[in-house]
Design a protein around this ligand. Structure first.
Ligand code: ADP
Length: 848
């Protein structure tokens, strides 16, 4: 197994493992050895320093001992009678024999030289100074230079053999009887080549060599052999006294704590330190060899072990891939490899199952599945496709039809809902690219025979069109009917109102009243039908205006109070609406909702009361308007409650007979409430009464100061002069009524029966201040005539249109053509009054 490192170089797993082991063991051992070496070196260095210190003290001790013994013997001789006698008599023989005898007794503690002076003159010497090459004169001068006292005097004296370094001491020779100083005994030792001293140091210390030196000059040494080399050492002594093989310690000799210029160097072999260092090197070498051996062994062992296991794992994956079936792994002694193999096994199994599922899906699918290569060649088909496109010609059709889509899909697009006709059947195809390694290799096209579905779709489309057509026809019929009915009704109501104004007889008036009411009722039913047909066709529009909400109560009170009074039913209107609350909503439709509910309540109540509660709750700009209409009337059966809002539904079949009505009122209320985003609920008990509750959201509206000003304008005084009106109306009754109304306002009316005539009159007569234009006219319709007057003739004369169908669309068309106002027929006095007020406000000033 090879692993790729950062630089792309591949390395064996065993090498990586071995390197890591080698590095960690190596570093560990190195650190241990280093630390051990450091500790040992400190110990050795301390030991060396201690040894040097000891040697130094020992050398000084030996020297002190020697000097002390010389002092003692010198002091003891100085009182010896023989010496005194010899000195006094200056007899050399006595003195010679005296000192000889002493030296024989203890030769070890004899000084190097002795001499005696008396009366400032040397009277005796042992001739050793001459042996050291020092002349009598020099001795004399040395003696004189010495200060009286018992201390040692260190001096140097040139001699025939070079510079001599001397240590001398003087003692007075005193006659103990008389106390007289008869002379001075001088003793001394020469440090140059003082082998006795060197030997004494050698014997007592364990040094290999002893050197006496003054500065860097060696004046005595225990071995002549290496003297030169030692000289070199001493020259460098300021730098280091040790060259590794030898340990050198230096003692600056003192006599009675007075420093001499002589130093003693003891040279000891540094063998054990050397051995210690050597043994360390050997250990490092041995350890390194050991680590290398272990590394090589580990590398080989790991290589064998890991490679074998990996090979078996790889063999397993390769065979499984080749044989395309999930077999079981034999197992590995390495746990991780076992786990890897386990996950391989699971993946292979899942893959195998997926493949099996896919094959089954492919084979058992009832819809045709085809597999294509990216060049548009059909590769494979499933049995369902085989059945459908078996015949050669059919298969050719399939390929011809699908190939362009396959090629498009090969660019990476997924195509759905592609319909093709093959062998008189319609197939709907979904095409999806199949990718492997980020490359599209195949396209799968899955089809579905939708021949019957298409046929059903076609039929349902035809049915829908038919239904729409009949709905349109029904709506048209309703619109036409309402127009046809309204026109004569217009006549009936108009004439009745005119006659009513002229009648004086009470009974005549009553009859006329009934006529008016019947006409109004018929108009209400007609309006209901028209509203409902508008709602059904989705042509119903809510027109919002600002108005005072309280106006709704006064209207309802005015209309129904007299009716209830006449029936002996109590009529109560409760409202906590603020007088000054202005809202923004469709006042007409709100009125219609209340009116329908209250008229039902009044209609179906014969005793007790009809109670209306109007309430509004506002928060910021939003209000919730609630209407409760509660009666103690006949009530509605529970079973009918659910469908009471459906159109043309009445609680009982007998209702129509007894109470009349179209069964549209509640359906319209329900639709209006829904359009206005509100909700309506109903609670009723048969024989006890009914309660309808409506909730409708409203917005706060801006107060309209001039609104409705002059709604009740007096026709006699509205205009101060005669207005010339052109009335365009083909229906004689309508024309008669309209004319009569206009005349009430002191207007002069010119009447024509179609659009063409109207245009002619307008062309000729410019005294006309207002045109009242009907819609449906012979020769040239009202809308077309308006358009010509405005746009072709370019006349600005105000045109007030009158439409009988009450459709919003007709109204809009009129306004688009150039009309200034639209009055809905049948023309009622109030509506006309409003229209004339509008005319006065907007156009009269122009006339004036
Ligand atoms: P209609 O024009 O027949 O009154 P509506 O849609 O207004 O049509 O009412 C449908 C039916 O619901 C009525 O015919 C009547 O049977 C019943 N209904 C409506 N309101 C009341 C009420 N307040 N009390 C009893 N029955 C009512």
């Amino acid at each position: 197994m090879r692993l790729i490192n950062r630089h792309g170089r591949k390395r064996r797993l065993a090498t990586i493992l071995t390197t890591s082991i080698f590095l960690s063991i190596g570093v560990l051992i190195f650190v241990v050895i280093l630390q051990n070496y450091q500790v040992n070196r400190d110990v050795v260095e301390q030991e060396v320093a201690r040894t040097k210190q000891q040697t130094s003290s020992l050398v000084q001790e030996i020297f002190n001992l020697r000097v002390k013994s010389l002092e003692i013997t010198q002091d003891s001789y100085s009182r010896n009678p023989t010496l005194i006698a010899g000195t006094r008599s200056k007899n050399s023989q006595i003195l010679d024999s005296f000192f000889n005898s002493i030296d024989q007794l203890s030769p070890d503690i004899a000084p190097d030289f002795r001499y005696i002076s008396s009366d400032n003159e040397i009277i005796w010497d042992d001739a050793n100074l001459q042996f050291y090459g020092i002349s009598s004169e020099q001795i004399n001068s040395l003696s004189k230079g010495m200060v009286t006292g018992l201390g040692w005097h260190i001096s140097q004296s040139p001699s025939a053999l070079g510079m001599r370094y001397l240590s001398m001491r003087r003692t007075a020779i005193v006659d103990s009887n008389s106390g007289e100083v008869v002379g001075y005994l001088y003793i001394g030792f020469v440090l140059n080549n003082n082998f006795a001293l060197v030997n004494a140091f050698s014997k007592s210390g364990n040094a290999d060599e002893i050197l006496l030196a003054v500065g860097s000059e060696i004046i005595a040494s225990s071995s002549k052999r290496q003297q030169e080399k030692y000289s070199e050492w001493l020259e460098q002594s300021s730098k280091s006294l040790s060259d590794g093989r030898y340990m050198v310690s230096r003692t600056d000799l003192t006599i009675n704590n007075v420093p001499t210029f002589v130093s003693v160097y003891t040279v000891q072999s540094n063998e054990h330190v050397q051995a210690f260092v050597r043994s360390h090197y050997v250990w490092i070498l041995v350890t390194t060899l050991f680590v290398v051996c272990i590394t090589i062994y580990t590398r080989v062992w790991l290589g064998k072990r890991v490679s074998n296991e990996l090979k078996s794992l790889m063999r397993y994956t390769e065979t499984t891939i080749q044989e395309q079936k999930a077999s079981k792994f034999v197992g590995s002694s390495i746990k991780e490899f076992d786990q890897i193999a386990g996950s391989f096994e699971r993946s292979f199994k899942r893959l195998h199952e997926q493949e099996k599922q896919f094959t089954e899906l492919f084979n058992f699918s009832l819809s045709p599945i085809t597999l294509w290569n990216i060049d548009g060649k059909l590769d494979r088909v499933n049995p369902a496709a085989e059945r459908s496109f078996r015949r050669g010609a059919v298969q050719d059709q399939l390929i011809r039809n699908l190939r362009p889509h396959i090629k498009m899909c090969a660019q990476g697009a997924t195509l759905t809902g592609i319909n093709t006709t093959i062998d008189h059947k319609t197939f709907r195809w979904n095409l999806s690219p199949i990718s492997s390694d980020n490359r599209i290799t195949h396209i799968m096209a899955q089809g579905q025979d939708i021949t019957t579905f298409i046929e059903a779709e076609r039929q349902s489309e035809a049915a829908r069109e038919q239904a729409e057509e009949s709905a349109r026809a029904r709506a048209d019929f309703l619109a036409r009917m309402s127009h046809e009915l309204r026109t004569p009704l217009n006549g009936i109501l108009g004439v009745s109102q005119l006659l009513k104004g002229k009648m004086k007889d009470k009974q005549d008036l009553e009859h006329m009243e009934i006529l008016c009411n019947s006409g109004e009722h018929l108009l209400a039913v007609l309006n209901d039908i028209l509203d409902f047909s508008k709602i059904e066709q989705g042509k119903f529009h809510i027109e919002k205006n600002a108005f005072r909400l309280i106006e709704l109560t006064s209207t309802v009170d005015k209309i129904f109070k007299p009716l209830c009074d006449s029936k002996g039913v109590e009529f109560i209107v409760e409202s906590d609406i603020d007088n000054q609350l202005w809202v923004y909503s469709d006042q007409v439709r709100l009125n219609q909702i209340i009116f329908n509910l209250v008229s039902n309540a009044v209609k179906f109540t014969h005793q007790g009361s009809v109670k209306i509660r109007l309430n509004v709750e506002c928060q910021n700009n939003d209000c919730l308007f609630s209407i409760d209409v509660q009666d103690s009337g006949i009530g509605i059966e529970k079973a009918r409650l659910t469908d009471i809002f459906e159109p043309f539904v009445q609680a009982e079949a007998t209702t129509t007979r007894e109470y009349g009505g179209s069964g549209l009122g509640l359906a319209i209320v329900h639709s209006l409430v829904t359009i206005m985003d509100g909700k309506i609920t109903l609670d009723s008990q048969l024989g006890q009464g009914t309660q309808f509750s409506v909730e409708i959201p409203l917005q706060i509206g801006q107060e309209q100061l001039s609104r409705h000003a002059g709604l009740e304008a007096d026709p006699a005084t509205l205009f101060s002069e005669v207005i010339h009106v052109l009335l365009v109306e083909d229906n004689h009754t309508n024309a008669f009524i309209a004319k009569a109304f206009c005349e009430k306002y002191g207007m002069r009316v010119s009447w024509v029966v179609d659009g063409l005539k109207a245009i002619e009159v307008l062309k000729a007569d410019n005294s006309i201040s207002l045109v009242l234009m009907d819609n449906q006219l012979p020769n040239l319709g009202g809308i077309e005539a308006t358009d010509i007057i405005r746009h072709d003739l370019g006349l600005s004369v105000p045109i007030y249109a009158c439409t009988a169908d009450g459709m919003q669309e007709t109204e809009n068309e009129f306004l688009r053509a150039g009309a200034n106002y639209v009055i809905v027929k049948p023309i009622k006095e109030v509506a006309l009054n409003k229209a004339f007020i509008h005319f006065k406000r907007h156009h009269y000033s122009l006339v004036e």
